[in-house]
Ligand binder design. Structure first.
Ligand code: COA
Length: 339
């Protein structure tokens, strides 16, 4: 029961800047071993994660988004007045409403923008990217700020060693713009695949806030929202579905796997990344990883990695880059961009 969007649009949308933000507080595996029955060795060998960042008290998802957005705008030399679309991919909004994107709009003073959130968990940034691309390709908008951001520390059961070792907080942003004269000739978003399978909603979910729980007169007993996860099922669904999506996205871009210079995968687990990479026949050095430092930052993960790959020079002009994400829904996405 998956639905992939056909995608044959011409490459008129390009990424002109990126930015990211992670909170200052570092939570190491050793720190976690003081809270739950775990070890650095177990976490590293099963996931590759060594530490993660945790938002400060009172620090919200929109705060992190705003930091990342300002860095992306500076990188792209784009002002708030030029932005006509803001999409935030998040499952940890500041509040049920308004959208986190509207808070970001307010913080930036981007008064010309239409602003809204998209809920696709760890695939949120790629869903936002594809929606923005449709707006821009369709001629409806010209300059989009897309953000992936999550504060999963707010949803973690800190007594559950199965989940609390995996996640961290952060935000990443990109400015997408309709191609202009002078932009690098071949750069842009080449292809995209978005897909979902609601029959797998039970393998990764965070009940607690929402219409299923908030019907009066029971409001006083609303449980704290926390992450529930069936780890092995998530692992299998991630590998199976994303490999197919990658192959489709590469084919839609008119490329083969051998043409991919860099894969920027969702930063959930190095073993999942290895499985996807090996199925595509890509060598380890072609995968960009920063999960060692940040853990799984959900919607932010690919956005932060893209920014770090760009700023560190790993990403070079003309590179064919495969972005691939998966998460709760089950929702997954793959995109090929030319840098
Ligand atoms: N420290 C020590 N032991 C732990 C642990 C921890 N942090 N977390 C779980 N365990 C234990 C379990 O209790 C279980 O013990 P039991 O066999 O006595 O019941 C055992 O480790 C499970 O080990 P294993 O089968 O080797 O786990 P795994 O290889 O499936 O790895 C995950 C577990 C969660 C790392 C892995 O399934 C995974 O990464 N799944 C995908 C999760 C994910 O990416 N979620 C986000 C998607 S966006």
């Amino acid at each position: 029961m998956s639905h992939s969007s056909p995608d044959l649009s011409p490459c008129v949308t390009t990424i002109v800047g990126t930015g990211s933000y992670v909170p200052e507080k570092v939570l190491s595996n050793a720190d976690l071993a003081k809270i739950v029955d775990t070890t650095d060795e177990w976490i590293v060998s099963r996931t590759g994660i060594r530490e993660r960042r945790i938002a400060a008290a009172g620090e919200t998802t929109s705060d992190m988004c705003t930091h990342a957005a300002r860095r992306a705008m500076e990188n792209a030399s784009v002002t708030a007045a030029e932005i006509d679309l803001i999409i935030v991919g998040t499952v940890t909004p500041d509040s049920l409403f308004p959208s986190t994107a509207c808070y970001v709009q307010q913080n930036l003073g981007a008064s010309q923008a239409v602003a809204f959130d998209v809920s696709a968990a760890c695939a949120g940034f790629l869903f936002a990217m594809q929606i923005a691309r449709h707006f821009i390709n369709g001629g409806n908008r010209s300059t989009a700020l897309i953000i992936g951001a999550d504060k999963l520390s707010a949803l973690i059961d800190w007594t559950d060693r199965n989940t609390c070792v995996l996640f961290g907080d952060g935000a990443g942003a990109a400015i997408l713009r309709r191609r202009r004269d002078g932009d690098p000739p071949s750069s842009g978003l080449l292809s995209s695949v978005l897909a979902s399978d609601g029959t797998l909603s039970g393998i990764l979910h965070a009940p607690g806030i929402g219409s299923a729980q908030t019907t009066p007169p029971h409001r006083a007993v609303i449980p704290e929202p926390i992450i529930h996860m069936m780890g092995k099922e998530v692992f299998k669904a991630a590998v199976k579905n994303t490999c197919e999506a990658c192959e489709t996205a590469i084919a839609r871009a008119g490329l083969t796997a051998a043409d991919i210079d860099l894969i920027i995968p969702h930063q959930a687990n190095v073993r999942i990344v290895d499985a996807i990479r090996e199925r595509l026949g890509l060598p380890p050095e072609k995968a960009f990883l920063n999960l060692q430092q940040y853990g799984n930052t959900s919607g932010a993960a690919i956005a932060i990695a893209l920014d770090e790959a760009a700023r560190s020079g790993v990403l070079k002009r003309g590179d064919n880059v495969l972005l691939v994400a998966f998460g709760a829904g089950f929702a997954w996405a793959a995109s090929v961009i030319r840098w």
